[in-house]
Design a protein around this ligand. Structure first.
Ligand code: SF4
Length: 467
């Protein structure tokens, strides 16, 4: 048994494909019966009900200059920057359509996120143009309280671009790194020096970005505990406010670039676990708190504060301190969450353009949540974000008797309780579900117990492994 309490036998029993629960129900449950018409109805209902809450806005920029072999994102690889011009024109039209639908003047955007692909594929003038379009259509919240984030590729931006991003209104940067080991970088076709990354972090500090995030991946080809340890040292020296450490999901039947990765080069499950444990230990010693599912943050960061104050939530951008915001997703494959619905835009650029040119929102699939989905979503959010569930509060909100409604689930949790992953107390009439410190690293397995869709129709082909 390791110092984190991982029993190898337990881990190998639980190491199976599972959702990351950035939504519940998960995106593979969306259907084409949910169209733009249903999405619009949900948005209007929200507004008519007078629920003028803050909103989150996600914009997907799908272009990348080169392909990383581990990539599972929706992207277009091209060296031709002019390919972005028609895309940006269509995104601007979608922004205007969404703003009109949501009567956006009355609602504040307090979380903005540009992801991809690589948003920094765009040049500074293109990015300014897009940010101006956002501001024309929506009212951006205050710099002190709002989160305005952009994913950046340190290989292709310089300090002046970082300064320009701050000037446009971004206050958070998320840097893709994955691993500094040159051999791993070569194997995944992403060669990025420490100096390139350090220069972007320095520039972010100079220009008063309030938070810098670094993305890492474990489970990549040629990774070892020793090699990744050197990466951890470098990342800790850079002192980002947040660190995301993702588990590589090798699904070459779904993601073509991954066919360039030889399975023989991948670390075994026990090596992956060793790498994860080493990372958890080193981040902990360096003062980072494990927020949950892949994420670490310094205690003063908003994610840690939101967790302390019980307002942390999970959405398609990961963890968010903006509890219960509606999320509007703009651009190809972007996902929206409005009221009791999720919906997703067309995946391909051509289908996306065609819908916009017909004057329609490019929604191609989605799901309307029923009462059971809303209840289970609240349970899963509680476990994922706070590692804790106070059962009477769920009973009062959803008017159920938890013990009878979730009799089967409570029964299934017993095996996890015996393995030391969760406590259910008091045993005779449960009031608290508490994920233990060792259970935190396997919280997906615990959430899967409450996933009715997974039980009714098991599917694993798009999921990463839980360890
Ligand atoms: S990992 Fe990021 S930068 Fe690399 S190909 Fe995928 S979207 Fe582009």
């Amino acid at each position: 048994m390791s110092d984190l309490g991982f029993d190898p036998e337990l881990v190998s029993r639980l190491d199976r494909p599972g959702p990351r629960y950035t939504s519940y129900p998960t995106a593979d449950r969306f259907t084409e019966a949910f169209t733009a018409r249903e999405y619009e109805a949900h948005a209007r209902r929200r507004y008519m009900a007078g629920q003028h809450r803050g909103m989150s806005l996600y914009i997907h920029i799908p272009f990348c200059r080169t392909v990383c072999f581990y990539c599972a994102c929706n992207k277009v690889v091209t060296g031709d920057r002019s390919r972005a011009l028609p895309y940006l024109a269509h995104v601007e039209r979608e922004l205007a359509m969404q703003a009109q639908l949501h009567e956006a003047g009355a609602r504040r955007i307090d979380q903005l996120h540009w992801g991809g692909g690589s948003p920094t594929f765009l040049d500074v003038a293109q990015m300014r143009g897009l940010m101006n379009a956002v501001r024309r259509n929506f009212s951006l919240g205050d710099d002190r309280t709002g989160d305005f984030a952009i994913e950046v590729d340190p290989r292709f931006i310089d300090a002046e671009t970082v300064a320009a991003l701050r000037d446009m209104g971004f206050n958070r940067l998320s840097l893709g790194v994955q691993d500094f080991d040159p051999e791993v970088q070569r194997k995944v076709n992403r060669v990025q020096s420490l100096e390139q990354t350090a220069a972007v972090v320095r520039a972010a500090r100079e220009h008063a970005f309030k938070s810098v995030n670094i993305d890492l991946i474990y489970g990549l080809p040629s990774q070892s505990v020793f090699g990744f340890d050197a990466t951890l040292s470098r990342v800790i020296d850079l002192a980002p406010d947040r660190i995301a450490l993702y588990n590589y999901a090798h699904l070459p039947h779904l993601f073509k670039p991954q066919r360039r990765i030889s399975e023989a080069d991948l670390p075994s499950a026990s090596q992956r676990l060793d790498i994860l444990q080493r990372a958890v230990r080193r981040f902990g010693r360096a003062g980072y708190r494990y927020i949950g599912m892949d994420h670490f943050a310094l205690p003063g960061d908003d994610l840690a504060l939101a967790q302390d104050q019980g307002r942390l939530r999970r959405n398609f951008m990961g963890y968010s301190p903006h509890a219960d915001n509606d999320t509007i997703g703009v651009g190809v494959s972007a996902i929206s969450n409005v009221g009791a619905s999720y919906s997703q835009n067309a995946h391909g650029v051509d289908a996306y353009y065609e819908a916009i040119e017909r004057g329609e929102l490019p929604v191609v699939r989605g799901i309307e949540l029923d009462a059971d989905d809303l209840l289970r979503r609240a349970v899963i959010q509680g476990l994922m974000c706070h590692f804790l569930l106070y059962i009477p509060s769920i009973e009062q909100t959803f008017l159920i008797d938890f013990r009878s409604y979730f009799a089967r689930e409570l029964d299934e949790l017993r095996a996890f309780e015996q393995s030391g992953l969760i406590t259910v107390e008091p045993a005779d009439r449960p009031e608290w579900l508490t994920v233990t410190s060792r259970g935190r690293f396997l919280v997906r397995n615990l959430c899967m117990v409450f996933d009715r869709h997974l039980r009714d129709r098991p599917t694993a082909q798009r999921y990463s492994r839980t360890v």
